[in-house]
Design a protein around this ligand. Structure first.
Ligand code: G4P
Length: 530
């Protein structure tokens, strides 16, 4: 096997999707702990209260140096190299969170056992579904009062239209949570609450449900219930099917408690054996296979620097094929120019100084001055136009107004650039002079106002609007589209590429338009092809 084939086979690039507070940070930390990437818990970043107290978002911005570093976390486990891509949540929630999911090959969905599927998990799941990203589920916080496991499985199946297959079965919950029965390896794994900060070897005590040891190890209520429930679960749920999981139709479900390190090893082992290696990436012309010799990749995220004097950016490149080496010159397909990769930020190595190479599935940070955009391809020469890196319809929209009305044009240019960079959606209503800015996380308005002020020198206000959402509109027949735009002038705008967008005032307004114009397609995402 060649070096490239071997590296591709080893790689597992994934993200964690969850609702705030379900335990993503805790689980991330524990995955790194098990992977040996950190030595003790508490090293990743502020959790829970600590983070909420950090309400001053400027602090978050100042810490960008750290957040770039923790954007991709790499660790090894069982002959696999994992790249865990951070999906910013809480106040950092933005379109980047969605876009990160276009750069992974699989995802772990973390669910709070007391809460089940929550809003943000569902939204992120929908983004995964766009590309049928395979999902492993981790039901966390079993050490607290939790909902009935059957009910939780049923909810996942019903609300997400996803087949579920329990990989482990919990024994008790809350104070009585004793551990899990591993359904994939038929063994009992008991929880050790002793030391949360370090990992010890899993206590696998017996083999098979019929093993009489189970009766002596577990109290009466537990062993009777366990056998009964496992039998029921096996009867009710489909058997695990690797293909179905890889196609995004079935999710194996692990139960555990991240804070107690419990279930994390099983989850990691599950990922190591089940999660797919880097996928083939679709493009307008052909599918790019990871083991192709020539290097290629696409930009899925751009992080602006904090220094207002420099418009420095770090563009995050997901490698799709080839063996990348530092110092390579790659072609920026959209401009035709060569980009010298002499200074890439390589997230792969523990020791950044020594990182000289990277492989498909890895992420490279490319410093640049704003010339790289979301969706751009970098290749060793071929004109590749990657697909599957869409823009997402904003969920919050505000009107941008410069403090000095004379600077409206400058503001327009700044917004255009920010939209090209992917920092926000920007719409110019046909019947209005001001720009409408759309984001998916409320704090992004503050981030944008600050960037426009510091980077472009334009003090700007964001004002609330009565707008509900935006949809890109298309039609097969251009006359139909014209008919629609003519009769909806007041609700129409253009995005930064001058593509038409319908701005809905409320859900009813949108439904009405969809009903009245059956030949118009209303898109929640816009596919970008550069
Ligand atoms: P997030 O990144 O998804 O937002 O969640 P995070 O890991 O920050 O966890 C949210 C809260 O849930 C934290 O508590 C964390 O300690 C707790 N938690 C995570 N996993 C478990 C678990 O398995 N069991 C229990 N009982 N709690 C868990 P906090 O009080 O908000 O913060 P902290 O003071 O504990 O750091």
């Amino acid at each position: 096997m060649s070096l490239l084939d071997d590296a591709v086979n080893r790689r597992r690039t994934f993200a964690i999707i969850s609702h705030p507070d379900a335990g993503k940070t805790t689980l991330t930390e524990k995955l790194l702990l098990f992977g040996g990437a950190i030595q003790a818990a508490g090293a990743v970043k502020a959790r829970g209260e600590q983070r909420r107290a950090r309400s001053d978002w400027m602090k978050v911005e100042r810490e960008r140096g750290i957040s770039v570093a923790s954007s991709v976390m790499t660790y090894d486990f069982k002959d696999r190299t994992f790249n865990l891509l951070d999906t910013p949540g809480h106040e950092d929630f933005s379109e980047d969170t969605y876009r990160t999911l276009t750069a992974v090959d699989s995802a772990v969905m973390v669910i709070d056992a007391a809460k089940g599927i929550e809003e943000q998990t569902r939204k992120l799941f929908e983004v995964c579904r766009l590309r049928d990203v395979p999902i492993v589920t981790f039901i966390n916080k079993m050490d607290r009062e939790a909902r009935d496991p059957f009910e939780l499985l049923d909810e996942i199946e019903q609300t997400l239209a996803l087949d579920v297959c329990p990989a482990s079965w919990p024994i008790g919950m809350g104070r009585n949570f004793l551990g899990c029965y591993d359904l994939f390896h038929d063994k009992l794994v008991l929880m050790d609450r002793a030391d949360r900060a370090h990992v010890s070897d899993t206590v696998a005590v017996c083999e098979g449900l019929e093993d009489p040891q189970i009766d002596s190890l577990l109290p009466d209520w537990a062993h009777e219930g366990l056998r009964e429930q496992v039998e029921m679960a096996r009867g009710l749920c489909p058997a695990f099917d690797l293909e179905s999981y890889r196609e995004g139709h079935l999710t194996p479900v692990f139960f555990g408690s991240a804070i107690n390190n419990f279930g994390v090893r099983e989850l990691l082992e599950g990922l190591a054996s089940l999660a797919p290696s880097p996928r083939a990436q679709p493009s307008k012309d052909r599918e790019i296979q990871p083991c192709e010799k020539k290097v290629s990749g696409f930009i899925f995220k751009i992080q602006a620097n904090m220094d207002p004097k420099h418009r420095d950016r770090i563009a995050f490149l997901r490698l799709c094929s080839g063996h990348f080496k530092r110092g390579m010159k790659l072609k920026h397909v959209r401009s035709g120019k060569l980009v010298n990769m002499h200074n890439p930020v390589l997230f792969l190595a523990q020791d950044r100084e020594l990182a000289e190479e990277a492989f498909p599935g890895d992420i490279i940070g490319v410093p640049n001055h704003g010339n790289l955009r979301i969706g751009d391809a970098l290749t060793e020469g071929e004109e590749i136009h990657f697909t599957g890196i869409p823009s997402f319809a904003p969920e919050l929209m505000q009107r941008a107004r410069p403090e000095d009305p004379m600077r409206a044009k400058h503001l327009g240019r700044a917004l255009q650039q920010l939209a090209e960079e992917g920092a926000a959606r920007v719409f110019k209503p046909l019947m209005e002079a001001n720009w409408i800015v759309g984001v998916v996380g409320a704090l992004q308005f503050d981030v944008l106002a600050d960037r426009i002020r510091t980077e472009y020198g334009i003090p700007v206000h964001f004002e609330s609007t009565a707008l509900y959402t935006a949809r890109w509109v298309t039609a097969e027949d251009s006359h139909e589209l014209k008919k629609f735009t003519d009769s909806n002038q007041a609700a129409l705008a253009e995005d930064h590429d001058a593509d038409p967008v319908f701005l809905a005032r409320n859900a009813w307004h949108l439904d009405r338009a969809v009903e009245d114009f059956p030949n118009i397609k209303f898109h929640k995402t816009k596919e970008q092809v550069f």
